[in-house]
Design a protein around this ligand. Structure first.
Ligand code: BGC
Length: 755
């Protein structure tokens, strides 16, 4: 948003009275409120309610107000102290709309706290849709118990740059993985009668100058990359709303971008829900309405004016915007509220089982932490070893990313007062201390050094059998990192500790890929992302082998900035945390450099060897693939194979199916994967079906997806660059119109027996 969000709401007030009071008629249809009949479809119910609405009621529905006290906004009764609010339409029995951020938990009111999931990247790294669904259901349930019926959750912008400050909210660089994982998280949220909001539509892939920059990209390439992630996630999760983003796309603001909203989303994808704006992303009335925006968010606080009130009423009066468009906006909003069950099952404040919810977050972290390095089987640790725990505030808790999605624990911030304390802060730590969790497991001595005094930390490390160094990189909405280096003196700290003790393990709490100049000199590295509410416990369980590291990288890890499509982000940085912005922000970002070849595809195209490839992750055992058999039948590509656990410990493997289309200049694409848990010596026979949406290119001229005839190369990967299984299968040509994509939720993996 253009303005800063600075203060925490202090008023929760009588909000729930307004909410519940409006909903007394929600359980059964009657003559006065026939739309309350749950046996009717959401479309029928929306049509009936719309028919009964006055113009003023429709205009009430198509805008929300900021629900908090920041930026001088005054809260009115009914507001919960959160992102957005719209009063109940009591006459119609419709509840107030109460909106809360976001995808990692219920972000507000801060004071009450909620359970924080680990980063979206951690969930994506699990490659496990069930983990994403469970996390979504957990936060949806907390939202419902806080009185919210709309969550601004479902971030699926592709990671095109590891320095983007919001990567931790997203699901990685691959459209299939990101789409499937975000879609399942959305479905989980909506299973709790809360509307979920996929965002930020679209190409909001950098934060620097996000409210003005234009993301420039060929439209076909956009459909094959960022938009494909949205398309897959929408098919899988059916979110009730879509949030259009701050940025411009090919020079046109996303929230008034006819192509993006009307053509792609509503016409081609048949999207039946509503489009809400990001906070401060609306710049016009008639243009936005005609382009497909259905609801203006918090315009009175963040836009130049409330466009979807007087200016839009005037545009209707003058005939510039037809009445049918206003009706369509209202109908879409109503439909989504009915479809999610937000009206039949009104959100009411009630107690939350935080212990159970923390376990859900902990399981997500355990499934999504990625073991990047493990020399001489340094991990897992044994209880007998003495341990020096160093840095990262590991004595207090684990780090959380900043901005509107930041979730504070009900126990408060474990390390309060660190800069920045104001937007995009505060910088929040979850009170789940790795040190305490390590102490519970170690029989040998466990000591702690903050790392502020590097010599003292090295001395402590020298006195212990192993040293575990926690390093951190705080990132947040509204800025990008200017480079990949860890902040402060952390590189020097790791170097000194590793020199003092060859058995040094580094645990990363970070937004994503960072430079690790000391990599060759440490024994092990565990990527813990932002570890969430149960993060300390999860990290200790992983270090001690109570759970096997199972995560695989959902992003490519570059060696340095020179490997990136845009080595410099002009203007990136945040002075408040010592990252002085360098140069003037660009008004245009050229995404045609990589086009649809995001992440691992860019590395293959440019013959670059990353530090760690997409899909990579070690375990405490190892897996072998055999009998790879690609197959084409009925226009479908499948591959069968056997995966065997060849090590001495149980573990989880994620065999990945990559497909290269026939024709020149093609690079591999992830087309499916499995996730399998195997005991030592155990095998499973698996079949992966390539998702058809990954087997075609978009042709801008014909506006068709074209699946070329010929030999498709199929490769079975341990990652995007390491294969054990390679073959070909032939498909005939096929093509389908932009509005006729194969729908449905992919079923990428089936098992046909384990031995
Ligand atoms: C963010 C959105 C968020 C909204 C409401 C904006 O600044 O970009 O992701 O949902 O604020 O807090």
């Amino acid at each position: 948003m253009a303005l800063h969000k600075t203060r925490i709401a202090s008023f929760i007030g009588v909000a729930l009275l307004a909410l519940t009071g409006a909903c007394t008629a929600a359980s059964a249809g009657n003559d006065a409120h026939p739309w309350m009949n749950p046996r009717l479809t959401p479309d029928q119910r929306a049509a009936l309610a719309l028919k009964a609405m006055t113009q003023d009621e429709k205009f009430q529905l198509i805008r929300t107000e900021f629900g908090d006290t920041e930026n001088g906004h005054v809260m009115s009764p009914g507001m919960l102290g959160s992102a957005g609010y719209q009063p109940a339409l009591a006459r119609l029995g419709l509840p107030a709309v109460q909106e809360s951020d976001a995808g990692l938990g219920v972000a507000k009111p801060h004071k009450l706290g909620a359970t924080a999931l680990p980063s979206g990247l951690a969930t994506a790294a699990s490659f496990d849709p069930a983990i994403a669904h469970a996390g979504g259901a957990m936060i949806g349930n907390e939202a419902h118990h806080r009185g919210f019926n709309v969550m601004l959750a479902g971030g699926v912008d592709l990671v095109r740059d590891p320095r983007n400050g919001r990567n931790f909210e997203y699901a990685g660089e691959d459209p299939l993985l990101a789409g499937v994982m975000a879609g399942n998280a959305i479905a989980g949220i909506q299973s709790q009668h809360v509307v979920s909001t996929i965002k930020h539509y679209a190409l909001n892939d950098l934060e620097t100058d996000r409210t003005t920059l234009s993301a420039n990209i060929d439209k076909a390439a956009a459909r094959e990359s960022d938009l494909l992630a949205f398309e897959i996630a929408i098919a899988a999760g059916q979110p009730g709303s879509v949030m259009c983003s701050y940025n411009r796309l090919n020079a046109v603001y996303a929230c008034e971008n006819d192509w993006l909203l009307n053509d792609v989303l509503k016409r081609d994808w048949h999207y039946p829900g509503y489009v809400m704006s990001d906070w401060g992303a609306v710049h016009s009335a008639a243009k936005s309405a005609l382009a497909g925006l259905d609801q203006e968010s918090a315009g009175e606080t963040f836009d130049k004016e409330v466009y979807f009130d007087k200016p839009l009423r005037a545009a209707v009066a003058s005939g510039e915007v037809p009445q049918s468009r206003i009706d369509d906006m209202a109908r879409r909003i109503l439909r989504s509220l009915f479809a999610a069950g937000a009206i039949d099952h009104p959100a009411v404040q009630s107690p939350i089982d935080f212990d159970a919810d923390r376990k859900v977050a902990q399981r997500a972290e355990e499934a999504g932490a990625v073991l990047l390095r493990n020399q001489d089987a340094l991990l897992p640790l044994s209880a007998a070893q003495s341990v020096a725990v160093i840095g990262g505030h590991a004595d207090k808790g684990v780090l959380t990313g900043g901005g509107s999605s930041a979730v504070q624990s009900p126990q408060g911030n474990a390390v309060p007062g660190l800069a920045p304390t104001d937007w995009p802060g505060p910088r929040i730590y979850q009170p789940s201390a790795p040190l305490a969790a390590i102490r519970q497991r170690a029989h040998g001595a466990v000591s702690y050094a903050s790392g502020d005094d590097i010599a003292a930390a090295a001395k402590l490390a020298a006195q212990s059998k192993v040293a575990v160094v926690f390093v951190e990189q705080w990132a947040a909405e509204s800025f990008d990192a200017p480079h990949l280096a860890l902040p402060g003196n952390q590189d020097a700290l790791v170097e000194a500790v590793a020199k003092a003790n060859p058995h040094t393990i580094v645990v990363l709490e970070n937004n994503g890929p960072v430079a690790m100049p000391w990599l060759d000199r440490v024994g092990a590295v565990l990527e813990a992302w932002y570890p969430g509410a149960g993060g300390g416990e999860a990290i200790a369980r992983l270090l001690y082998g109570e759970v096997d590291p199972a995560g695989r990288l959902p992003v490519t890890w570059p060696r340095d900035e020179s490997q990136l499509p845009r080595p410099v982000i002009p203007g990136a940085g945040l002075a408040a945390i010592g990252l002085a912005p360098q140069g003037q922000p660009a008004q245009d970002v050229d995404y045609d450099i990589e086009g649809a070849d995001v992440g691992y595809r860019w590395y293959q195209r440019k013959h670059l060897e990353p530090l760690f490839p997409f899909g990579y992750g070690l375990t405490y055992t190892h897996f072998d693939y055999s009998g790879f058999a690609p197959h084409a039948a009925n226009g479908k590509l499948t591959a069968s194979f056997t995966v065997t656990n060849r090590g001495a410990r149980a573990g989880v493997d994620v065999p990945q199916l990559y497909v290269t289309l026939p024709g020149s200049g093609e690079v591999r694409r992830l087309a499916g994967w499995c996730r399998v848990d195997l005991k030592p010596g155990q095998s499973a026979h698996l079949t992966v079906t390539a998702d058809p949406r990954l087997l075609a290119d978009f042709d801008g001229k014909s506006q068709h997806w074209q699946q070329p005839a010929g030999d498709y190369q199929l490769q079975l990967g341990h990652s995007a660059t390491s294969f054990q299984g390679d073959g070909k299968a032939t498909l005939a040509a096929a093509s389908w119109a932009a509005d006729a994509s194969p729908a449905g939720v992919p079923q990428p993996c089936t098992a046909s027996g384990a031995q």
